[in-house]
Design a protein around this ligand. Structure first.
Ligand SMILES: NC(=O)C1=CN([C@@H]2O[C@H](COP(=O)(O)OP(=O)(O)OC[C@H]3O[C@@H](n4cnc5c(N)ncnc54)[C@H](OP(=O)(O)O)[C@@H]3O)[C@@H](O)[C@H]2O)C=CC1
Ligand SMILES: Cc1cn([C@H]2C[C@H](O)[C@@H](COP(=O)(O)OP(=O)(O)O[C@H]3O[C@@H](C)C(=O)[C@@H](O)[C@H]3O)O2)c(=O)[nH]c1=O
Length: 321
């Protein structure tokens, strides 16, 4: 694995399966196209859909088309469905809630229902934003949820529907994702660091920046394990090791990027730590978003790498474009 995760080799059984992937153009979906190849044949769809080789029927990749999703799963008859598509615009979801609910709650419910009917596994992603951010200890999988914003509520509804459906599933709650594709905090901060002399970044929200490549590699490993053994399904927390704030994250990232690309036109002189109250956003975000990943690591024989490792590495390619 390229992303620093350590794997106990006793889980390295060979399995050949048919995997139906939704959201191939997103940060995680993009990396999954590569990593899921160790599990089986991957049929990867974006919102615009796709085709199955040798099959005339067009496949639907749009999560807001619930009938299209049912038809697509029936045509592909996958061993596992991996859903990396989601409505991830946290602030916009406050006002565009119906659309976010359709994609994050209703579509996963449909995928879970059809997975249960045909005995397929469903892999789905959720978020640290299902928690209310209280306390200081890392959240465990069975802790009480209490989302503070609409995005978190729609994601929790998606989780609940999957658990209620009776399908075999892996729900992987992750956080603070960055990747080579798509928008993310890291990309925004590196842009701002070349536009402005002073940045203000919140320093009272705690979590761990997590690479899409790490998420994809761990997903493939866990999926291979459950397909080979039939056990290990459930809800897990998946994040890089350690903890920081958005301010700590921005500081390490900009430092690494400046060292690697000293001539990239940096203007930033200061990164000011501020409380959340000084950076108002439409959606509230949890103060304590730390995720306890021990259940995932023990079940699948993994050791997750420190968040700094991945962030320093991403400074390489996020600036190099
Ligand atoms: N990003 C993060 O920090 C975190 C993400 N997660 C979860 O991880 C998973 C992967 O997230 P990530 O890769 O970062 O997300 P991205 O925002 O990078 O990608 C989301 C993908 O979903 C697609 N999508 C959105 N709406 C639809 C739709 N109606 N039909 C089909 N596709 C759609 C988007 O396509 P298009 O480009 O066409 O809009 C995009 O390709 C999600 O479940 C997310 O909730 C959890 C915690 C943190
Ligand atoms: C750009 C910027 C953001 N911030 C703050 C705002 C916010 O509190 C925090 C993160 O901002 P963003 O809007 O980039 O990130 P956000 O959209 O909140 O990221 C979340 O995405 C969803 C999909 C998840 O599931 C979460 O785990 C999390 O990764 O940083 C600053 O303080 N200064 C800045 O210059």
């Amino acid at each position: 694995m390229s992303c620093g995760v350590k794997v106990d080799s006793s889980f390295a059984d060979e399995v050949t399966s048919r995997i139906l992937l939704f959201g191939k153009g997103g940060q995680v979906g993009w990396e999954l196209q590569r990593s899921l190849a160790i599990v089986g044949d991957v049929i990867a769809l974006e919102r615009a859909g796709g085709r199955l080789p040798g099959c005339a029927e067009a496949l639907c990749g749009d999560l807001s088309d619930l009938d299209g999703l049912r038809r697509t799963v029936a045509v592909v008859r996958p061993t596992a469905i991996v859903n990396a598509a989601a409505y991830t615009a946290v602030d916009r979801a406050e006002t565009d809630t119906a659309r976010a609910h359709r994609v994050n709650a209703e579509a996963p419910a449909v995928l879970a229902q059809v997975a249960a009917e045909m005995g397929a596994w469903l892999v789905h992603y959720s978020t640290d934003y299902v928690f209310d951010g209280s306390g200081e200890r890392p959240w465990r999988e069975d802790d009480l949820t209490g989302p503070l914003n609409a995005y978190g509520r729609t994601k929790l509804a998606g989780e609940d529907a999957i658990r209620a459906s009776g399908c075999q599933h892996l729900i992987l709650r992750t956080q603070w994702v960055y990747g080579a594709r798509g928008g993310n905090f890291a990309r925004t901060i590196l842009r701002l660091a070349r536009e402005r002399e002073r940045l203000t970044v919140v320093d009272d929200q705690y979590g761990a920046p997590t690479g899409a490549d790490l998420i994809a590699d761990v997903t493939a490993h866990a999926l291979r394990h459950v397909l080979a053994t039939g056990v290990g399904g459930g809800t897990y927390h998946l994040a890089a090791a350690g903890v920081t704030t958005w301010h700590g994250y921005a500081t390490v990232l900009i430092d690494a990027a400046r060292r690697r690309w000293p001539d990239a036109g940096w203007r930033v002189q200061a990164i000011d730590p501020v409380p959340s109250s000084a950076f108002p956003t439409p959606a509230r975000r949890p103060h304590n978003a730390r995720l306890d990943t021990s259940r995932l690591q023990q079940t699948f024989g993994l050791r997750l790498p420190a968040w700094e490792e991945g962030v320093r590495r991403c400074a390489e390619w996020l600036v190099g474009f």
